[in-house]
Design a protein around this ligand. Structure first.
Ligand SMILES: [Zn+2]
Ligand SMILES: [Zn+2]
Length: 349
């Protein structure tokens, strides 16, 4: 079988190897669809704390090809599945307190160990998530990013009737918007790209604010609009989904007193935040990482909103053209939502 191995910075080699053998407690999954995210781009650019060579791919769907008969309780040969890529030890304090997404020894298929950009992958049974019948298998590859967005929203403890500001209308910001709107929250989206804000409206945003880097945010027109939506108090919840330092600074400045901020965007850069606003407003500032078993919920969210899910998937490449997919992401010359890699087995249904 063929695997795409990222061997060094921006270099992929397709290597032939024997298929994995079936182990107890595992299933062999024929990979059909893989979607790429910013983490994948960083790994491909060798700008990520992982060792190359590596088979990437952590957002994926496929069909169970083999599992031991004694393991065929919830899944059988032919089951359509998405996969939770998180690997955790189950023994450390975060794991023992139910927070395995921040395990001391946390790993992730396709990020720290070999992932799904291969034809057949061996997956522990407890990582398999059934794909709802009505959800196409290509869209199901996005169960993982949908779960990340839902984790961020859940961390923020939203209440129906509140107003949330979502900073960044990339896939995570858009999926968070979709979920917040479902929960009865009024969502204001901000981004530097108008085409992403147009999409945010389709995902349920009530108001959109175009951010012009290097100028005041919100500007003199946007400030009153944000104030009007929040009775002058500011949003009760801010989801920061860009990883841009100035965006966290904006979040702390704009959030209401007694408000909550969830940082889901990741960056190694330093933010310059006010030490006064946090205590004066008595803010709750929370991080959000991957998700706590929310991939089934993510798949259900996508299934409830097929039009939005489809709109998110803007590009499609064949497995053999993986290198071009990364080049496209790197170039940022096109309007990109999610990029799908159709594997050789690749059914979308
Ligand atoms: Zn991802
Ligand atoms: Zn652990």
């Amino acid at each position: 079988m063929l695997s795409a191995v990222t061997v060094s910075k921006e270099t992929i080699e397709f290597r032939d190897s024997p298929a994995p053998t079936l182990q107890p407690g595992h299933a062999l999954v024929r990979v059909h669809n893989v979607t790429l995210c910013g983490t994948d781009l960083h790994i491909w650019e060798d700008d990520y704390p992982t060792d190359l060579p590596l088979i990437q791919g952590h957002e994926f769907s496929g069909i169970v090809e083999a599992l031991a008969p004694e393991d065929a309780h919830h899944f059988s040969v032919g089951s359509r599945v998405s996969v939770n890529p998180i690997i955790f030890c189950g023994k450390c304090r975060p794991c023992l307190t139910g927070r395995y997404n921040v395990c001391q020894n946390v790993g992730c298929l396709g990020c720290y160990s070999d992932g799904a950009l291969t034809e057949l992958i061996s997956v522990p049974l407890d990582k398999l998530c059934p794909v709802p019948d009505e959800l196409p298998l290509d869209i199901a590859a996005m169960g993982e990013p949908a779960s990340i967005a839902m984790q961020a929203v859940n961390r923020g403890r939203p209440q129906a009737g509140e107003t949330a500001l979502v900073l960044g209308s990339g896939p995570i910001g858009l999926l968070a918007t979709l979920y917040l709107a479902e929960l009865g929250v009024t969502v204001v989206c901000a981004d530097t790209e108008q085409h992403r804000l147009d999409l945010a409206v389709e995902f349920g945003a009530t108001e959109t604010l175009l951010v012009t880097p290097g100028t005041d945010f919100p500007d003199t027109h946007q400030g009153p609009r944000l104030a009007a939506l929040t009775d002058g108090y500011g949003p009760q919840l801010v989801i920061e989904a860009t990883g841009v330092p100035s965006s966290l600074e904006n979040a702390i400045r704009l959030v209401a007193s007694a408000g909550r901020i969830v940082q889901v965007g990741i960056s190694p850069r330093q933010a310059n935040v006010s030490m006064k606003d946090i205590p004066y407003k008595e803010l709750d500032i929370m991080g959000s990482r991957m998700s706590l078993n929310l991939i089934p919920d993510g798949l259900a969210l996508l299934a409830r909103h097929p039009g939005q899910a489809r709109a998110l998937m803007t590009h499609r490449f064949a497995f053999a053209d993986l290198q071009q997919a990364f080049r496209l992401m790197q170039g940022r010359t096109e309007k990109i939502g999610k990029i799908l890699i159709g594997m050789p087995a690749g059914t979308t249904a």
